[in-house]
Ligand binder design. Structure first.
Ligand SMILES: Nc1ncnc2c1ncn2[C@@H]1O[C@H](COP(=O)(O)OP(=O)(O)O)[C@@H](O)[C@H]1O
Ligand SMILES: [Mg+2]
Length: 472
C-alpha cells in the first residue's frame, strides 16, 4: 500500500483523460462521418442530375442496352456496390452485389414529362458501401486513443516520479520518524532532504513544526522530570518528618523516665538515702526504658529499609506494625481506636502500605486534635470483597469541607499552615496505592451511628487487588 497517493493520482488522471479523450474522439469522428456523408450526397446529386434524364429517355425508348451500360458504368465509382432499376410494370434490372451490412441505399424516381405531366417510369436504387468509411474511422479512433494513452502514461509516470521524490519519500521518512519517536530520543531532530536549500515549501513547514513540537515536549519533559525529582525528594523528607514526629512522641516518655530516675538516684545518694535495692530497681527501670527506645529504633529502621522488595504479608500484622508507631500519639490524645481487621494474606510492598496507613492515621489524629472534642474515635475496617482487599479508615472529626475534598490528594495541598503541614502525605499515599500496588484510594465524608450517637468524619477507602504473586 505504499505510494497510495501517487497511484490514486494516476488513476484519477487516467480516468479523467479517458473521459476527455473519448468525448473528443466521439465528436471528431462524428464530424468526419457527417462530412463524408455530405460529400456522398453531393456526388449522388450529381449522378441524379446527369444520369436521370438519360435513363428516363432510355426507359421510354425501351433501350435496354443503354440502361444496362448506364447501370454498369455507375459501378465504376468504388463506393457504389449495387445498382437496380425497378420499372413501373415490375421489371427489375440489377448490377453489382447487394450487401445488407454497413451500406445505405438511395432511391431516385425516374419520370418523363409528357404533355406537361410527369409520368413515373420506374425507380433507380443505388447501394453505397459504407464499410471503408467505417474502417477508416475505426483506424483513426484507435490511433488517436493509442497516442493519447501513451501521452497520458508518460505524464502519469512523470507525476509518480515527482510525487515520490518530493512528497512520498519524505512523508515516509516523517512517518518512520514519528513511529520511532519516544521520550528517549526526543533530542534527535527530524531531517528531510530537499532539492534546494532555499526553498521553504509545505514539507519544510511540517518538518519545522514537528521539530518545534519535539523541542517543546523536550522542555516540558525536562521540567516535569525536575518537578518529579523535587517532589520525590520532598516526599521522602515528608515521610521522614512524619516518622520522626512519631519517634519523638514515642521517645518522650521513656526519656523523661530515664532522666527522672537518674536525677532521683543522684538526689537520694546526696541525702544518703540510697540503698542497694533502690539502685537495682532504678537501674532495671532505666534498662527497661533503654530497651524500649532501642526497640522503637528497630521498628523505624525496618520501616526505612531501602530494599523495596515485594513480600508475602498478612494485613493484620501490617496494621499491628503501623499502629505500634502511632499508638503513643493516639494514647496521648485520648483517641479510641476500633479495629475490625481480617487476617488476609497478600503480596506486595508491605512497608509502603504501612507508610500509607500511618499517614491516614496521623491525619485523623491531626483532625481530631484540632477539633478539641470530648470523644475522639477512629474506626478501621478491613475485609475482602470480590478479590479486593478493602481498607476503610474513618474518624469523627467532622469530615473534609466539600470544596477541598477533591484536592486533598494533590501535592502541597494542606489546610494546616506551612509550619504544620506539608500537604504531601496523601499525595504519597495515592502514588503508592495507584502506581506501586495497582489499587485505588479515595475519600468521602461519612455520617454514621455509634453507641446511639451520630458522628461525621472523613472516611478513606483503599482497594487493593488480592495477590498471590506478581502474575495474579
Ligand atoms: N481525616 C481527615 N479529616 C479532615 N481533613 C483531612 C483528613 N485527612 C486529610 N485531611 C485534609 O487533607 C489535607 C492534606 O493532607 P496531607 O496530604 O496528609 O497533608 P498534611 O497532613 O501535611 O496537611 C490536610 O491538610 C487536611 O485538610
Ligand atoms: Mg498528613
Amino acid at each position: 500500500m505504499k505510494n497510495k497517493i501517487a497511484y490514486k493520482l494516476i488513476s484519477y488522471i487516467f480516468l479523467i483523460s479517458l473521459i476527455i479523450t473519448s468525448v473528443s474522439i466521439y465528436f471528431q469522428i462524428n464530424t468526419i462521418y457527417n462530412n463524408q456523408l455530405h460529400e456522398l450526397d453531393k456526388d449522388l446529386q450529381t449522378i441524379k442530375e446527369n444520369q436521370l434524364p438519360v435513363l428516363s429517355q432510355a426507359l421510354w425508348n425501351i433501350d435496354n442496352s443503354t440502361v444496362n451500360i448506364l447501370l454498369e458504368s455507375l459501378l465504376n465509382d468504388k463506393r457504389i456496390t449495387a445498382t437496380k432499376i425497378v420499372e413501373e410494370d415490375g421489371k427489375t434490372t440489377e448490377f453489382g452485389r447487394y450487401k445488407a451490412q454497413n451500406s445505405t441505399t438511395k432511391s431516385f424516381t425516374i419520370t418523363k414529362k409528357i404533355k406537361d405531366k410527369n409520368q413515373v417510369l420506374g425507380k433507380l436504387y443505388i447501394t453505397i458501401d459504407l464499410s471503408p468509411l467505417h474502417k477508416e474511422l475505426k483506424g483513426y479512433a484507435i490511433t488517436t486513443i493509442l497516442t493519447e494513452f501513451i501521452k497520458i502514461s508518460f505524464i502519469a509516470f512523470l507525476i509518480i516520479f515527482v510525487v515520490k521524490k518530493l512528497l512520498t519519500n519524505n512523508l515516509e521518512k516523517m512517518a518512520n520518524y514519528a513511529e520511532k519517536l519516544t521520550l528517549d530520543n526526543l533530542d534527535k531532530p527530524l531531517e528531510i532532504k530537499q532539492e534546494s536549500k532555499n526553498s521553504h515549501n509545505e514539507l519544510d513547514i511540517v518538518c519545522d513544526s514537528v521539530n518545534t513540537m519535539r523541542i517543546n515536549l523536550l522542555d516540558q519533559l525536562q521540567n516535569s522530570r525536575q518537578r518529579d525529582q523535587i517532589l520525590a525528594h520532598q516526599s521522602k523528607m515528608a515521610a521522614m518528618g512524619e516518622m520522626i514526629g512519631n519517634i519523638a512522641h514515642q521517645w518522650r516518655q521513656p526519656l523523661s523516665a530515664i532522666s527522672t530516675i537518674s536525677s532521683s538516684v543522684k538526689f537520694q545518694r546526696e541525702m544518703g538515702l540510697l540503698g542497694d535495692s533502690d539502685i537495682d530497681k532504678s537501674m532495671d527501670s532505666i534498662t527497661k526504658s533503654a530497651q524500649y527506645l532501642s526497640s522503637t529504633i528497630d521498628d523505624f529502621r525496618d520501616f526505612f529499609k531501602p530494599t523495596k522488595e515485594k513480600i508475602y504479608f498478612n494485613i493484620e500484622d501490617t496494621f499491628d506494625k503501623a499502629l505500634s508507631i502511632t499508638s503513643h500519639q493516639y494514647y496521648n490524645n485520648s483517641i479510641t481506636l476500633f479495629k475490625n481487621i481480617e487476617a488476609i494474606q497478600t503480596y506486595g510492598f508491605e512497608n509502603e502500605l504501612i507508610q500509607v496507613i500511618i499517614n491516614i492515621l496521623n491525619n485523623a489524629k491531626d483532625a481530631l486534635v484540632s477539633k478539641k472534642q470530648k470523644e475522639n474515635l477512629v474506626f478501621i475496617d478491613v475485609n475482602v470483597e470480590d478479590k479486593n482487599i478493602i481498607i476503610k479508615i474513618k474518624d469523627n472529626a467532622g469530615g473534609i469541607p466539600k470544596d477541598t475534598l477533591s484536592k486533598v490528594f494533590e501535592p502541597y495541598f494542606t489546610t494546616k499552615g506551612q509550619s504544620q503541614g506539608t500537604g504531601i502525605g496523601l499525595y504519597i499515599c495515592e502514588e503508592v496505592i495507584k502506581k506501586h500496588m495497582d489499587g485505588l484510594i479515595y475519600v468521602q465524608n461519612s455520617t454514621y451511628d455509634y453507641n446511639e450517637t451520630t458522628y461525621t468524619g472523613a472516611e478513606f477507602t483503599i482497594s487493593l487487588p488480592l495477590k498471590e504473586s506478581d502474575s495474579v
